[in-house]
Design a protein around this ligand. Sequence first.
Ligand code: NAP
Length: 308
Amino acid sequence: MDPIRIAVVGMGKIARDQHLPAISGNVAFGLAATVSPDDAGITGVPHHASLDALLADGPAVDAVALCTPPQVRYALASQALARGMHVFLEKPPGATLSEVAVLEDQAQKTGASLFAAWHSRFAAGVAPARAWLSDRRVDRVTIVWREDVRVWHPGQAWIWEPGGLGVFDPGINALSIATWILPRPFFLESATLALPGNRAAPIAADILFRDSRGAPITMDLDWRQTGPQSWDIVVDTDAGTLRLANGGAVLTLPSGTDHAEDREYPGLYARFATLIHTGRSEVDTAPLRLVADAFLRGTRLAVEDFDD
Ligand code: NAP
């Protein structure tokens, strides 16, 4: 089978840290081009400043990986799907739920594969956690996602703008795991969003969800964390406590702890190849729906200005 000729669009941090190595490590793909307005690209690979320029003058491409900020992703995805290209959407899949629904419909009509990727679902501990929880009674879930925005998102203006999600940019990773491993659906009961006076997006949030049996799921998100960082989910069940640490990488069950190698992006690209080869799409918007609900129903709390 010929390799899928893929273009990476949006040559920022995640494209360089994860997408390029994952593509070069997967024989199902060949990097055909890169696109980014202000980046120089990489040696030996055709580079264009915009998707328009690639489509007008560039090499033939079968698929695009959209690694831009979410606010510009819809237009790029729609343009690529209109050309029959397969589309990998970085998380979150869009800036609104409705635009993702339109893309899903467009992909179905064109027959192209649309993949709304949730990288944290491919963290090493997540699949075994999901299997272990599948026949457990969940009594309580505690999510703590506290990181230092100055370390992880330096100079990313888009993340503080409407549609950038603020602290929900990392928080949605926790929700992508929770919606995948918990055996019952859950929904938001209350939320407080901490908004710096000089920012359009929250810097912290406290949220209470409940599952369909009434079990509480609390989520503590904070971007002002210095020192040790936390990306932890603890699930209390009728059979003991499950702990997922390091963003899903380290799983501890009552029987012991499992450390496995990080395979998130290789896993995502293996999945994307399977979807393309089998003519399917995968678009789960459950994590984005929960974030939208927090913005819909959350109480805003004004907090002090925050500068990078
Ligand atoms: P980033 O470093 O700010 O990179 C985004 C890049 O998108 C910029 O370098 C910019 O290119 C490019 N861009 C902006 N508008 C564009 C357009 N219209 N066409 C083509 N390229 C455009 O952001 P990031 O951290 O990589 O995050 C990007 C996405 O990946 C976000 O949705 C984020 O949630 C997700 N993600 C990030 C991480 C992470 O650890 N950083 C992890 C997983 C997922 P120029 O520099 O050329 O202007």
